[in-house]
Structures are given as structure tokens and as C-alpha cells.
Design a protein around this ligand. Sequence first.
Ligand SMILES: [Zn+2]
Length: 460
Amino acid sequence: MSCVILVADGARPDTLRAAMDAGHLPALDALRRAGGAHDVTSVFPSVTGPAWVPFLTGRHPGTVGIPGIRWWDRTGARAYAHGTARSYVGFEALRQDGDLDPAVPTLFELAERPLAALTPLGRGLPDGARLGTAIHHWPRLAWTHFRGDIAGWLRLERALAAQVADRVDAGRPDLVVFGHQCIDKLSHLRGHGAPEVLEALRLVDAMAARLADDAARRGDPLHLIVVSDHGHSPVTGHLDLAGWLRAMGLGVRAHPFPFLGGDDVAVMVGGNAMAHLHLELTRPARPWWPRLARRWDPVVTALLDTDAVELALLPIAPGHCEIRARGGRAEVVRDRHGYTYRALDGDPLGLASALGASGAVEGLDADAAHAACAATPFPDALVQVLALADGPRAGDVILSAALGWDLRARWEPIPHRSTHGSLRAAHLQVPLLTSWPLARPPRRTTEVFDLARAAMAAGR
Ligand SMILES: [Zn+2]
């Protein structure tokens, strides 16, 4: 066996570190001593599904067809149960495999004998190698079924982990991916700092311990990666974004009834603390912001005047996006010189103040762009903004919620005390632990893909 990826879904790096420091997670602590523990950035939108794309493909989700957990298919080419409105929440969860760019190989396709459980993306897994799909119609179906049954959820995940560990022992798969989802579910339900979340983290620790013990007994080398796909932060304010836009007199389509409502705007909340707004739905091709600005500028301004919306991204052209906050505008450009951030009449990403620069930050490669954003409230924002805004399925306006807010007041089956999805550090920063020391500190979850490929190659 060569490589196991345990995804501690929704675990924040500070939460994990504190639990390891306190001695609650001995196997993960041993992992961190043997290999290392790093803080890295996930992707925007910071939500399960899109945020697994980097692990499994090494790519940003918007660039390979998964711009959010909900999006509007303007071309109509991939219509399914909700027509041209896609939602991976509920029974369409498994549609992500088909929406993912077929030209981009997944780790499962690159592995010889892959095995996975509770993965939102599974393209390349052979029959019988994808466990937990029956309860994978989370959160709507599974959560309404198990609503509030915390012990039941922990029991379910523990049983699946045991099943996977048994199969690892018996069949020696070369790649194993396991989604530990209870951390996220319990964080939403109880708050990320709740004692139940520690119980969920202990399941990850127990799985790591079991796999390490079994591998040692067999004399097999084990490359173990523990990573999260997004963070969490408390939420008390809920803006009913679709309702708010209807109150502006606009024809709005939104889940759960996206067939009705008019053709002005489709509201696709893609991670609860972010949303794609697809505008003027009768246009067959993406219009881009310059053609929309005259009509929609006042709507964006009004949205930014609410307490709920912190940033509005306005894609102008491929490689060019305006970023707007209540305090002003800037633009990010990617060209042959690299990434450039230019203040127009403000500094919405906080970059100029972080760097002590006035005006523009110019010509950065992706690594330098990551470093430039590290001390700001929006880590890796230069790369993340364009990686999402450039995607052909992205909204014409992309919103990132303010801390303390999400963008869905109704239709959520789970009471939400905690949220994620935005560009904020609390949602974008995640832990990455490896059982072997890395040559250089990793920056992004896209690197998990390369680490896993190297580990699989080493095991051959
Ligand atoms: Zn979640």
C-alpha cells in the first residue's frame, strides 16, 4: 500500500493544533513529529465538493467545471433534474463526476487499486471501491434523516472507517481516500469549538492509528496525508439573498424551485458564505461585467451596503476581475508578467496596507502572490479570485460574505451555528499533515495531488 488521504472535513488548523497540543490526538501528533504539520490555503469557494477538486486533480475547482456547490448552466448543455440550475446538495451530489472536466485525470484514475469512502468526487473509482455513497446524499437527505442524531453520525463514520481499514488490510489498495465528515456536520450544528467536534476529530486520530498499526504489522510502507478542505466561523446573521433580490423587483431563480421566478438573476449560493449571481439568463453566452455594469451597478452597490456581503467580484474578462467592497474598488489582472493588484479607489483585499504599498502590487508569480496575501484577511486571494472568476461556469457577480454572515436564510435542513465558503482566512486556511518530511513547506491544497502521486509512484 502506498498512500492514504484522510480529509478532516471542515477542521481548522488552529483547532487541530490545539487538540494535538492538549494530547487528545496522539496518532496525529505522532504524524506531525515524524513528518510535519503545515497551514495551507484551500480554494474559493471553501466548501466540500469544490474544495476536494485540488486534492484529486491538483487544479482549482472553477477552472475544471465545479465553480461551487450550486451554479447556473447558461449553455443549457448539462441540464439535469433542476434544469439548468445545478445543485450538489442532495440527490444531485454525484453529478460532480460528470461536471468535472473529462480531460483532467483524477487521482482515482491514476491509481491502480483505489478505494474511497464519503468522497464527493469519485470519478475513476471502480465498482465496489466507493463506500458510503448511499448516505452521500448529504446534507439534505442524510441530515434530515439523522437530524440531530450526533451519536448516530459518529457511529456511522466509525463503522465506515473500520470497513475501509479492513479492506486496506485485506486488499492493499495503492490509494485510499476517506472523508471524515462529522467534523463539518457537528461544527454547523454545535459550533466549531464544541466538544462534539473534538469527538469527531478523535475519529480521524483513531483511523490514522489503525492504519499505521496495520501497516507496521504487515511491514508495509505507509504514506499518510491528513488535510482539510475548508475552515469554519460562527454565524448569526442570515441574509436571504434570493428574497432580498426579489424585493428589489427582480425576477429571481433560486433553489429549491429554480424553474420559476423570472430571468433577471439566478442566485446560486455555493458554500453558504458565498454566492454566484448569474445575470440576464436569456443571454446564451456569458456577458462579462462591462456589458452588465450599467444595469447592475446599483444592485452591487446596494448588496455591499448590507452587512452580509463583504466582497463582490466582477469578472471583466479572462484574467481580469474587479473586486469591490463598501470601501472601494481594486482590480486583479493575470498576464505574461504574472499577477497584478491595482487599487482603483480602495484596497478591498487589504493588500496595499499589508505591503505598505500605494497603488499597485505588480508582476507576481503564483508563489509570490501567495506570500503577498499571507498577512491579509483573504489569503491567496489574487490567485483564488481569478481561478474562480475565469471559470466559464462562474457567476457574473460573485459574492463573499462578511464574517458572521451567510447568504441563505431559508431552505436549509440543518440549523447553522457555523459557516464557511468565503474568501476569509477562517474558511480558507486548512491544516496539512504528512507522515514524511516535505522538501519545502506546502502552500496550497493543490499540492496534495502531487504528494499523493509521488507517494503512489514510490510504492510501485
Ligand atoms: Zn459544511
